[in-house]
Design a binder for this molecule. Structure first.
Ligand SMILES: *Cc1c(COP(=O)(O)O)cnc(C)c1O
Length: 231
């Protein structure tokens, strides 16, 4: 099933790229495997997937241990400072940095472990109360401050758009964060590049690609519905 789902997602990504006049190589598909068992990750791996997204540190570490070593692990979930140390040298990209305190901890742990860590700044672009992420007003300030920290590289922005029935409703937010990204890039802050825009999930990744996403995070569309029921 995973292989068929992947083929369908791939077809839609290509179609969205075609509509937007973009090259397929500009968009990285991250397979969000949270809550899913190893055999399903292996199916995706065998179908060629090398980018996996997880939202819990412990679960990512467990999967990191048993999956092949050429995988890029993306931390996409809210991150507590006391767990940062476990990610060092293991997370390819941390998408969910939303405070200076968290950036400082990632920097300090990176120095301690002798590694460089790539991060994205998470922006709550729709200003939803239930969501993590810095406000768009505070984003530039956060980027400017975090850019001064050692062993830390800011590569772009990430957002989780609102849950909507019609993905067109999120187009405005994708456009807004893209504009914010261009705005920040124009400030030419040292140690900051805005080449990654991580946005779009199963319900809205095609619109996100049309609006400039360079990374889309697709879970349900690849692995099926998640079961959060009691085990
Ligand atoms: C779970 C999750 C996704 C994937 O969601 P789907 O709707 O299943 O594609 C993407 N991004 C983040 C941050 C997530 O937590």
């Amino acid at each position: 099933m995973v292989r068929e789902n992947l083929a369908e997602v791939e077809r839609r990504i290509q179609a969205a790229c075609d509509r937007a006049g973009r090259d397929r190589s500009e968009v990285t598909l991250i397979a969000v495997s949270k809550t899913k068992p190893i055999p399903m990750l292996n199916e995706a791996y065998e179908a060629g997937v090398r980018e996996f997204g997880e939202n819990k540190v412990q679960e990512m570490m467990d999967k990191f241990e048993v999956m092949p070593s050429d995988i890029h692990w993306h931390m996409i979930g809210h991150l507590q400072r006391n767990k940062v140390k476990y990610l060092m040298g293991k997370s390819y990209l941390i998408h969910s940095v939303d405070s200076l305190r968290l950036a400082e901890e990632i920097s300090a742990q990176s120095v301690k472990h002798g590694v460089d860590t790539d991060i994205l700044i998470e922006v709550n672009i729709a200003g939803e109360e239930s969501k993590f992420g810095t406000s768009s007003e505070e984003a530039i300030q956060l980027v400017t401050e975090a850019a001064k920290l050692p062993n830390l590289h800011i590569l772009g922005l990430m957002t989780i758009a609102p849950y909507v029935e019609n993905p067109e409703d999120n187009r405005i937010y994708f456009r807004k964060i893209r504009e914010l990204s261009v705005d920040i890039a124009s400030k030419k802050i040292d140690n900051v590049c805005m080449r990654i825009l991580s946005m779009g999930m199963t319900g809205d990744y095609e619109v996100a690609i049309e609006e400039g996403a360079t990374m889309v995070r697709v879970g349900t569309g690849i692995f099926g519905e998640r079961d959060y029921g009691l085990k």
